[in-house]
Ligand binder design. Structure first.
Ligand code: FE
Ligand code: CA
Length: 530
């Protein structure tokens, strides 16, 4: 995407952030430019003889409803090349959905056209499927067949299912470790995987780690595409995508560390170029994920927050805490909940998403109301003794909004709120109150924070400062710093989270074990060891 942004740049008075007005102006200017214009030739090929497997990136599905699902693949015979080894032409791609693993009883089939504008990625929104059942699917282009993927629809919207099994994961730094978690996750009988962000990391390749990123720190569309392709080339990751539908949400590293809307971590970055880079990051993310049309990026904007119901048993509100947030207060340095942190204008959600969330929670028929999001909501004081210090990149950086949100859930008696969190490469169970500093008030929700898949290497069972931290914050029911994921079993009566840890992610064959299990009984807020 080539833009002349010099006029906008000249108009910027840049003081640690982009003003809302200028931000909207950039967004509008960039959104008006069609993505990747001028590359596509008019011709659509019906078939192409591939020298290499064009389905090296596998298949995926996502966004399940009670009647449909999104199927995904990307044609890339040489996935680590900028164009995936594909020609500039568009190409026909056939998809099939079957009732059986052997793809004998085809229930739906169709053709789509994929082209270089979207890296030859295909997104198929299949409708008219039966509720609450498994399906198998594959793609075909010319002589080449994709691997067969397995997916499922959700139970009927008005039904109360007996059980939901799902896992949630986050933070999979390719260089820090292997994706062994997905090897073990694939053996579980899961309806759904929820990914809470840091699906890729943006840094340049570094030597002497477990594996090495290709290329420089990613900024261009080609850079983001190749980085996503490198991650998805991991067979454990693509294998898990083929096992069941995923619901995905980004955090910061899909674009850049600790960014806030249009404000970069490195304040000297040209703000207009930064938004242009955001457009590239979001475009590549959309291309690689099984998402619906409503999430197609418009320049640097991409709507990703949404509701995913599982009958009346559970309703996921999937939140985007990066795209609309205000810049971290206190210069993003841990601080007490001072005037800067408590500023009522600070937000992680932005006004539009917050109003949508309040409406969605009020309208929800879910027995369990899940906020699937990125940063820790528990107000964890990081300083020993009377001094208080909170992370400004997490919810304490928008403390007034966080207090209001939990207050809202308490006042409206939102049924059984559960918060799912990633981001910080460690496991936590936190009981949440309107204000976690007030321990004599009642518990409203429970937060399950899941550790990283690989970010940070092997980690440790226990941090040196753990005992002090738990003493400082009695609402923390569990903390651990191993790698892994969280496996959840949800029934109308009880929520159970199993913290699965992997003993070694630095070499293949790491073993998994259940490090801890916590339950919440419906109608009785607060987590207990299982
Ligand atoms: Fe991370
Ligand atoms: Ca303290």
């Amino acid at each position: 995407m080539m833009l002349d942004l010099s006029r906008i740049r000249d108009a910027v008075s840049y003081e640690g952030g982009i003003s809302r007005r200028l931000f909207l102006a950039y967004g509008a200017a960039l959104a008006a430019i069609p993505a990747q214009s001028g590359k596509t030739e008019g011709r659509t090929l019906n078939r192409l003889a591939f020298a290499d497997n064009p389905f090296a990136l596998g298949v995926a599905s996502g966004e399940p409803t009670d009647s449909g699902v999104v199927l995904w693949t990307r044609l890339a015979p040489r996935p680590l090349e900028a164009n995936g080894g594909m020609p500039a032409e568009k190409l026909k791609l056939t998809w099939e959905v079957a009732d059986d693993e052997g793809m004998k009883k085809i229930v739906q089939t169709g053709d789509i056209t994929v082209g270089p504008d979207s890296a030859h990625a295909g997104h198929v929104e299949v409708n008219g499927l039966k509720p609450d059942r498994w399906y198998w699917y594959r793609f075909r282009s010319g002589d080449a067949d994709s691997p067969i993927g397995r997916t499922r629809t959700m139970p009927p919207r008005e039904s109360l299912p007996e059980k939901l099994r799902f896992a949630f994961a986050s933070c999979q730094h390719f260089e820090h470790g292997l994706f062994t978690s997905y090897e073990h996750m694939a053996k579980e009988d899961l309806d759904l995987v929820v990914h809470l962000g840091d699906y890729i990391y943006e840094g340049a390749g570094k030597d002497k780690l477990v594996r090495k990123h290709l290329g420089r720190k990613i900024t261009s569309l080609d850079d983001y595409r190749v980085r996503h392709a490198q991650y998805r080339s991991d067979p454990l990751l693509s294998g898990m995508h083929a096992r069941c539908p995923w619901v995905v949400m980004w955090d910061d590293h899909e674009f850049e560390n600790n960014y806030a809307a249009g404000v970069p971590q490195y304040k000297e970055t040209d703000p207009a170029a930064f938004l242009e880079q955001r457009a590239h990051a979001y475009q590549a993310y959309f291309e690689m994920m099984p998402l619906r049309k409503e999430s197609v990026p418009q320049g640097p904007n991409m709507k990703l927050y949404r509701t995913v119901p599982f009958g009346r048993l559970a309703e996921f509100q999937v939140l985007d805490t990066r795209q609309y947030r205000t810049d971290q207060p206190n210069g993003d340095k841990a601080a007490d909940l001072n005037a800067d942190a408590m500023n009522p204008n600070n937000t992680l959600l932005g006004g539009e998403q917050r109003r949508w969330l309040e409406k969605a929670l009020t309208a929800s028929a879910g027995t369990w109301n899940i906020l699937a999001q990125q940063v820790m909501m528990g107000m964890v004081d990081r300083a020993a003794g009377p001094e208080r210090r909170y992370s400004m990149d997490q919810w304490p950086g928008a403390a007034a909004e966080r207090i209001k949100l939990v207050q809202f859930m308490a006042d409206r008696k939102i049924a059984n709120p559960v918060v799912l969190t990633g981001d910080i490469h460690s496991n936590w169970v936190n009981d949440l109150r309107v204000d976690d500093r007030k321990l004599n008030t009642r518990i409203v929700a429970t937060e399950f924070v899941g550790t990283s898949i690989s970010s940070g290497g092997n980690g440790a069972d226990k941090a040196k400062t753990q005992d002090d931290m738990l003493k400082e914050n009695p609402f923390i029911r569990f903390h651990n710093r191993n790698r892994g994921y969280v496996s959840c079993t949800v029934t109308p009566e009880q929520w159970k989270s199993d913290y699965i840890v992997i003993d070694d992610v630095l070499k293949p064959g790491g073993k998994s074990s259940v490090r801890a299990s916590f339950v919440v009984e419906a109608g009785k807020p607060g987590a207990k060891p299982a």
